[in-house]
Structures are given as structure tokens and as C-alpha cells.
Design a protein around this ligand. Structure first.
Ligand SMILES: C[S@@+](CC[C@H](N)C(=O)[O-])C[C@H]1O[C@@H](n2cnc3c(N)ncnc32)[C@H](O)[C@@H]1O
Length: 387
């Protein structure tokens, strides 16, 4: 997988040029109208899956005009909407004013987010981050800005769904992708997302769903997209004066739309997407026998405190078993003894979540990934850990 080294001038200039083209592409047509007319249901689906609650710090990556960001703000969250294309923010600001909510709009490349590490409780993207060309870099940024124990939520078009098929269909007519760029609908494949997020997250859940799209004919879909959707507009622009190829693409897009309508057997199309959520692993820094959690990482969230408790009880791999953690939390006497013995430093934390390590408490993030259950008695391993 190609990565961009933005520290070299040549790479940085090439990347800036790609991003400028992408920005112009998304600013063309009328994406805010499309989001409003066709996929307004996706924002609420994503926000709901992420469990956004009042007071949470939420980042919507590649937010466009705020399809998901506005819903999170409605839920009382403190929301930042970032996007490569600030031209889309005017529509978002108008919608926010109409709903009476506040959102911070910020120009932000998903591959180099202008936010501090662990700055958000929820980092989400609604058919957005999938369009950043370098998937691993974008995924690394999602993880970086999410706080340990926070949620990453991604709603992406699937490769086999309608939009995935449309991108495959348009490819032979489109300009060549930039070097190292990966196809957007790959993000709709759960194995791809799991590989991108890697062992930095746990409790990944995915499900496939469809959204009903009110086009009654394939031609209606095609004409709407030719007018509103940046990527489709860019392909037709690339064909320029080649009327024959443009007519061929016209036919192919309309046929694709018709096939979808036939498959649904109704007067509406069905576009499949994947909804994925995952929790960023807790991150601990250890020094000798004492282990200190950063209060910013854990103090705000009782659920996270319980998770810490379960980690310590298992003394090795983690179990993300919330109910078990809660039960054990009730029996907290032994944990208090451990704190008095100085084996554990939980300054700034919910004191009820104090722990009793059976041996030295050293969580190992690398092991936590995929470890559905505790493996009692396995070795605690190295004395430092980081995420
Ligand atoms: C299909 S739109 C989705 C917008 C919005 N999330 C929604 O649900 O309506 C894709 C968005 O990705 C943004 N985008 C594309 N590449 C990006 C990048 N590298 N960084 C940030 N945003 C990007 C575009 O500007 C566009 O707003």
C-alpha cells in the first residue's frame, strides 16, 4: 500500500494537487441538495449507531453539509464538522441555523486531521472518509483523534451495492486515479475496515443495510447524478467532446439504475451500505510497578472505568464484557486494598473503579485485539504498553 510522506516537498506538492482536484470535484454540482434529497436517513443511522449523547465531543469526518454532524448536534453533542471542501459548509451552516443547533465547521483533510490526539469521544464519517484516496492514512487519523475508549463509526457504500457498482462502471470513462489511491467502496468491506483499524480497536460491529432512493427510472437517476454528484460530473468532464463515449456512459448508467429497480421490484431504488462501529482500545502508560491512566482518557466515562476494572482483573488480555465488569465493580473491597498497597495509581478516576491486580497489572493492547474473552493466567508480558 503506497503511503504519502508529506515531509518531502515533491510528495506534499503532489498530494496538495490531488486534494485540490478532489475539492473542486466535490464543490461542483450540488452535493448538499443530493444529501438532503436522497440520503438524509443515513446521518441519523450513523449517529444512532455511535451512541451519541449530550455533551460528547463528536467529530464528523468528511462531513459535507453536515448530514450526520447536524443530527449529532441535535442530540446535544459538541460537534465539529470537518471536510476537504469548505464550499459545502454554507449549506450546512444554513441548515444548522434552521434547526437551532451549533456546529463548528472546519476545513480538514481526512488524511491529516487538524486536531489533537484523543480530542473526540466519537469520530464518525458518513459516506465521507471513504473518498480520501489513501485509506490507511485516513484510518490512522480516525484512530488518532479518537480518545481511548471512544467510538469510531463509519457508514460506507459497499463494493457490491449500487454506488459500488456505479464506481466500477464509471472507472473506464474516468481519469486515472492518483498513484496509491484505493477505490472508495473498499471501505464498505468489513475485512478492509478491520485491517485498516487493526489492533487499535475492539468490539467492532458491522451490519449491512439499504437506503431506499426515490428514482422511478434509471434515466432519472442518471440525469440527477449528472447534475448534482461531483464524481459523476468529473467523469463526463473528462470525456469532454467525445460524444460517442458520453452517450455510451449515458446508456450504461441508466441501465444500471434500471437493473437496481428490477431487483427491488418496487418504484424505488435500493442502495446498500455498511455500518461499522468499533471502540478504541484503552491506552495505558506504565512505569515500573505503578500504572497511571491519564485522567482525560478515562475519568469522564463510567463505562470506561468499568472496562479498566475488567482489564486489571484479567491481568492480561481484556474482556470487553460490560456486565461482568459491572458485577465485579460491586465487589470492590479487594480493589481498595490494592490501591492502599500502592500497586495501582488511578489518580483522578472514579474511586469505585479501583482495582486489585493479581500480579503486576500490565494491559497489552496488541493482545487485546480480537481477544473476545479473558484468558486467565496468561502471562502479562512486557512492562510498558502504548496505543
Ligand atoms: C459523499 S460526500 C459525504 C458528505 C456527508 N458526510 C454526507 O453524508 O452527506 C463525500 C465528502 O467527502 C469529502 N472528502 C473527500 N475527500 C476528502 C478528504 N481527503 N478529506 C476530507 N473530506 C473529504 C467531500 O468533500 C465530500 O463532502
Amino acid at each position: 500500500m503506497t503511503t504519502i510522506d508529506r515531509s518531502t516537498n515533491a510528495d506534499a506538492a503532489a498530494d496538495a494537487s490531488v486534494k485540490a482536484k478532489h475539492r473542486a470535484m466535490w464543490a461542483s454540482g450540488d452535493y448538499p441538495a443530493l444529501a438532503h434529497d436522497l440520503i438524509a436517513d443515513l446521518g441519523p443511522a450513523l449517529v444512532d449507531a455511535c451512541g451519541v449523547r449530550p455533551g460528547m465531543r463528536v467529530l464528523d469526518v468528511a462531513a459535507g453539509a453536515g448530514n450526520a454532524a447536524l443530527v449529532a448536534a441535535d442530540a446535544g453533542a459538541d460537534v465539529v464538522a470537518g471536510d476537504l471542501t469548505p464550499e459545502l459548509f454554507a449549506a450546512g451552516r444554513a441548515a444548522a441555523a434552521e434547526r437551532g443547533v451549533e456546529v463548528t465547521w472546519r476545513e480538514a483533510d481526512a488524511e491529516a486531521l487538524p486536531f489533537a490526539d484523543a480530542a473526540f469521544d466519537v469520530v464518525m464519517s458518513c459516506v465521507g472518509v471513504m473518498f480520501a484516496p489513501h485509506h490507511q492514512q485516513a484510518a490512522d487519523e480516525l484512530v488518532r483523534v479518537c480518545r481511548p475508549g471512544g467510538t469510531i463509526g463509519l457508514l460506507n457504500w459497499t463494493p457490491d451495492g449500487f454506488i459500488g457498482q456505479m464506481f466500477v462502471l464509471m472507472k473506464p470513462y474516468a481519469p486515472p486515479p492518483p498513484p496509491g489511491a484505493q477505490p472508495p467502496p473498499l471501505w464498505g468491506d468489513e475485512r478492509h475496515v478491520a485491517a485498516l483499524l487493526g489492533d487499535r480497536v475492539e468490539r467492532m460491529q458491522t451490519r449491512r443495510q439499504s437506503v431506499a432512493i426515490p428514482f422511478a427510472t434509471g434515466a432519472e437517476f442518471r440525469d440527477y447524478f449528472k447534475q448534482h454528484y461531483g464524481p459523476t460530473i468529473a467523469v463526463y468532464r473528462h470525456l469532454g467532446a467525445d460524444a460517442e463515449r458520453a452517450a455510451e456512459l449515458d446508456r450504461a448508467l441508466a441501465e444500471l439504475g434500471e437493473q437496481n429497480l428490477v431487483a427491488t421490484g418496487t418504484a424505488t431504488m435500493n442502495w446498500e451500505y455498511q455500518l461499522a462501529t468499533a471502540v478504541k482500545l484503552l491506552c495505558a502508560r506504565s512505569s515500573g510497578r505503578r500504572l497511571t491512566f491519564h485522567p482525560r482518557d478515562y475519568i469522564k466515562n463510567a463505562r470506561t472505568a468499568v472496562h479498566v476494572f475488567v482489564l486489571a482483573r484479567s491481568n492480561t488480555s481484556a474482556t470487553p464484557d460490560w456486565h461482568r465488569g459491572r458485577q465485579q465493580l460491586r465487589r470492590r473491597g479487594p480493589a481498595c486494598r490494592a490501591r492502599r498497597a500502592g500497586e495501582l495509581d488511578l489518580r483522578g478516576h472514579n474511586r469505585r473503579a479501583l482495582l486489585r491486580p493479581r500480579r503486576q497489572f500490565v494491559p497489552q493492547p496488541a493482545r487485546l485485539a480480537g481477544a473476545g474473552r479473558v484468558r486467565p493466567g496468561s502471562s502479562p508480558g512486557s512492562s510498558t504498553s502504548s496505543c
